[in-house]
Design a protein around this ligand. Structure first.
Ligand code: FAD
Length: 512
């Protein structure tokens, strides 16, 4: 076999259960493992929250670079290496396919709209040049297209319907490589070293506090093992019972960043959980179980793949049309953790900004607060902030959950609103989470930690935190704001508008 094959890594940054890598190895004498750094994802300017929401903040880019280094080091142990290039991926990949005389191109199937366009362009180019292309499904457990087909051409719009259709996922590959085919002749092509984060223009990083979450397949497998070690915990896992304020030992696996970049295979994760279930016998079930969480991921991937304009309100047939407010000042207060509600601010400024990860119910709290709970701001704006700052930021899951939390789709009980004061208190009456992430409030007595504006001035002075000077006065009164939000969502629901008519625009403006 004299073939040159290329495996093009994008997500799927792993060696284990990687069908694209496997196919490429089987078909080649020389293997070219490539990653193209796409400038579209790089945006070091922290003030840039561009619509379209593909740009990465510091923590996610750092996680990506660590994942690339780990992948490179694993490839080197197998006699290969990662070939890193930078530029528009369609242009770069087309060029090297020619330069390196590639006969087979393998890459993981990607369902996101941007990736679909990119991959179709590359596929077209390759087929014109007579290059074989393989694009197996391995980012998700199932093929979203197959599920949609089984459902008569439409995505299932409830989790239960999805689970009924899905069945069992295929098992992961078990291939354990001892070596890979060597890299072929690079014909003078200039490669990059995996860049350092500051080389990508990400500001004065010495000033930044980095997330404790480190990237890479090795870290993913360690974390997986650690998470599943306590079999009883796995068997009894019930998502809604987790404590969102637990930060030293989070209440969930914290594997989402690794699934997002494919440092961890979801099929392998699924199989490991099933192995635990076999050992323990009795266990919880979807939707609340740990397997149930992976199925939520699949559910959102499937709906997102089958719904045009999934990431916006306009033209999105499954999205309720709601006349959200446009209020830049309130949006910035929310984004920068300056709402005056310590539970919200601790999650936003400190956990999201510094760690790039929050517990699911913490995400619920802040997403509800921004949209239908208090500020009545468009979910797309919140989505953009999450998109930039979350390490696990994932197009299908992020949009799906924002649609859910804003009562725009999937979930419609808009009367049920998270209180920004009492919800966190249920889990953490002493306010340890707030004290850790908002040190300005560290000496506030526990009676006032969730509502510091209600503390008498003498108490504020003693705590060295004067409300209005050291920490903001609440930007809205939750009692009044939440009532107003309910009324407005109710009015929008009553109109029951289609998503893309001109008449809708007019009627919505009447509700503003
Ligand atoms: P675990 O509870 O340990 O679950 C294991 C895995 O299941 C997760 O890693 C994730 O891949 C999947 N999963 C869990 N919950 C969900 C869910 N509700 N929907 C889909 N998949 C799920 N998750 C992301 O991965 N990326 C995002 O961009 C994202 N944005 C969100 C935005 C909002 C407004 C909300 C409310 C939730 C969002 N989530 C997102 C879902 C969820 O909060 C995270 O997946 C979860 O908190 C990650 O922590 P974990 O890995 O410890 O989860």
């Amino acid at each position: 076999m004299e073939y040159n094959a290329m495996v093009w890594f994008r997500k799927g940054l792993r060696i284990h259960d990687n069908p694209a890598l496997d196919l490429a190895c089987r078909r080649s004498k020389h293997l070219f493992p490539v990653f193209v750094l796409d400038p579209r994802y790089l945006d070091p300017d922290p003030s840039a929250f561009s619509p379209g929401s593909t740009r990465s903040g510091l923590n996610r880019i750092r996680f990506l670079l660590e994942s690339l280094s780990d992948l490179d080091s694993s490839l080197r142990k197998l006699g290969s290496r990662l070939l890193v290039l930078r530029g528009d991926p369609v242009r770069v990949v087309s060029q090297i396919l020619m330069d390196w005389n590639i006969g087979t191109l393998c890459f993981e199937f990607d369902t996101e709209p941007y990736s679909q366009v990119r991959d179709n362009q590359v596929k077209d180019f390759a087929s014109k040049c007579g290059i074989q292309v393989f694009s197996p499904i391995s980012h998700t457990l199932f093929s979203p297209a197959d599920i949609i087909k089984k459902n008569g051409g439409k995505p299932p719009l409830t989790y239960q319907a999805f689970v009924k259709l899905a069945g069992q996922p295929p098992p992961p590959l078990t291939e354990a490589y001892t070596c890979l085919p060597p890299v072929g002749d690079l014909r003078g092509c200039e490669l990059l070293d995996i860049p350092q984060i500051d080389e990508l223009g990400y500001g004065d990083i010495s000033q930044e506090e980095f997330s404790p979450i480190r990237g890479g397949e090795s870290e993913a497998l360690k974390r997986l093992e650690e998470s599943l070690k306590n079999k009883e915990w796995v068997a009894k896992f019930e998502k809604p019972k987790g404590d969102p304020s637990a930060f030293l030992k989070p209440a969930t696996t914290l594997l989402s960043p690794y699934l997002k970049f494919g440092c961890l295979s979801s099929r392998y994760f699924y199989q490991c959980i099933q192995n635990v279930y076999k050992n323990v016998g009795k266990h919880t079930f979807p939707p609340v179980s740990l397997v149930g969480q992976l199925l939520w991921r699949e559910f959102f991937y499937t709906v997102a793949f089958g719904t045009p304009n999934f990431d916006q309100m306009k033209g999105n047939k499954i999205c309720k049309q709601i006349p959200w407010n446009d209020n830049e000042g309130l949006l910035i207060a929310w984004r920068e953790g300056q709402t005056g509600y310590p539970w919200i601010d601790a999650i936003m400024i400190q956990q999201l900004k510094k760690w790039g990860w929050m517990h699911h119910l913490a995400r619920h709290s802040v997403a509800c607060f921004l949209t239908r709970g208090d500020l009545f701001i468009h979910w797309e704006k919140g989505r953009d902030v999450f998109e930039r700052q979350l390490i696990d930021s994932d197009w299908a899951i992020n949009n799906g959950n924002w649609l859910w939390l804003s009562c725009s789709s999937f979930f419609y009980q808009y009367h049920r609103i998270y209180s920004p004061t009492t919800f966190g208190k249920k889990y953490d009456p002493d306010g340890k989470f707030i004290r850790h992430f908002l040190p300005v409030l560290k000496d506030m007595p526990k009676e006032y930690i969730y509502e510091p504006w209600s503390a008498p001035l003498s108490v504020q002075e003693k705590a060295k935190c004067i409300i209005g000077r050291d920490y903001p006065i609440p930007v809205v009164d939750h009692g009044i704001a939440s009532k107003d939000c309910k009324r407005r969502v109710g009015e929008a629901y009553a109109l029951n508008l289609p998503s893309d008519s001109l008449e809708t625009e007019e009627k919505l403006s009447g509700l503003r």
